[in-house]
Design a protein around this ligand. Structure first.
Ligand SMILES: NC(=O)c1ccc[n+]([C@@H]2O[C@H](COP(=O)([O-])OP(=O)(O)OC[C@H]3O[C@@H](n4cnc5c(N)ncnc54)[C@H](OP(=O)(O)O)[C@@H]3O)[C@@H](O)[C@H]2O)c1
Length: 307
């Protein structure tokens, strides 16, 4: 039995609650873990709101929040051969266990060992933001010296994309609100403050011939402002807003398998995928952790330290 934080029905933050749940029994292809750290992501509150389906699988309420975690394997289900009890691991709770909890089940093919030298806190941020950053830059496949605009650079995915892009020797321009400037500039981003500047004019001044690639994390009207700033609409990749296809751009192609997790972990060990962790909350403060992300203006990554 362990404490968990989730929601008793779809809705706003008022439907969230703490409750005790028995340790989930790992099914075929799952591992039960003791959660050490859970990452907090915008998808968590979208699922709670009932605005996104496809992950819940008609599971009964209450449901536990959270998609990603790092922790220690306590038990294995059938057909799990690569991970052992006692392994320190990180991965996705794709089968509905939720990770804002003392114990949960992760999907074994979407879980990897934490390599020596990498903290559980960093590892817990890699399944969602880390691998997304890797995927989006693989998709763009830009050569050194190319220009990339990261729209929404100050959040979890944005800073990860920017750090990785700088490591690939791309010239990175990023947009965000005033508070994001320091983190962005610290990793070598030329920052445009969308609350103080005309983004399109500032970006055109910096890159008059148009960007080689655009990565959008903000979506909506902001995506529509930046999309025409690229040389080729096909090199506009959106991570959250699927309407990018209407603009001739592409939605990110995700790879959430163990191989990509291991690759992200190696990049993190090499300092090339260094998540900026701005808040570490205990499980008792999970409401505050998710509220920070739900306000839409997060800085870097927010995590919940459970154990
Ligand atoms: N497809 C996938 O597999 C996948 C994976 C990860 C994330 N996502 C999605 O990708 C999006 C970003 O994720 P995230 O984790 O990075 O979210 P996040 O941490 O909340 O960051 C979003 C950032 O966008 C900034 N922003 C908001 N409006 C902006 C605007 N008009 N111009 C520039 N920046 C703006 C926010 O702060 P400021 O406004 O203060 O600058 C914030 O820093 C979300 O929609 C998420 O659901 C999808």
């Amino acid at each position: 039995m362990g404490q968990a934080w989730g929601f008793g029905r779809y809705g706003g933050p008022e439907v969230q609650e703490f409750f005790d749940r028995p340790d989930p029994v790992p099914g075929r292809g799952e591992v039960l873990i003791r959660v050490e750290v859970a990452g907090v992501n915008p998808l968590d509150h979208l699922l709670r709101s009932g605005l996104v389906d496809g992950f819940d699988g008609g599971r009964p309420f209450p449901r536990v929040l959270g998609m990603e975690a790092a922790g220690t394997v306590l038990a294995r289900g059938e057909d799990v051969n690569e991970l052992e009890v006692g392994d320190a691991v990180f991965g996705f709770a794709l089968t509905g266990g939720g990770t804002y909890a003392e114990t949960t089940v992760l999907s074994a093919p979407h879980t990897a060992r934490i390599p020596e030298g990498l903290s559980a806190t960093v590892a817990a941020t890699l399944p969602v933001a880390g691998t997304t950053a890797v995927d989006v830059l693989d998709q763009l496949s830009l050569p050194a010296g190319a220009t990339v605009l990261v729209n929404g650079v100050g959040g979890g995915v944005g800073l990860a994309v920017a750090r990785l892009a700088v490591g690939r020797e791309l010239r990175v321009i990023g947009t965000g609100s005033t508070a994001k400037r320091e983190h962005a500039e610290a990793i070598g981003v030329r920052f445009i403050d969308y609350t103080a500047e005309d983004v399109a004019a500032a970006a055109r001044e910096l890159v008059p011939d148009g960007f080689d690639g655009i990565v959008d994390l903000a979506g909506g009207t902001s995506l529509r402002t930046v999309a025409p700033l690229g040389q080729d609409p096909r090199n506009v990749i959106a991570v959250g807003d699927m309407s990018v296809a209407d603009l001739g751009g592409c939605f990110v192609e995700r790879r959430v398998d163990r191989e990509n997790l291991e690759r992200s972990a190696r990049l993190a060990l090499d300092g090339l995928l260094a998540p900026v962790i701005t808040a570490v909350h205990p499980l008792a403060d999970a409401p505050a952790a998710l509220a920070t992300v739900e306000n839409g203006h997060t800085s870097g990554k927010v995590v919940i330290k459970v154990a």
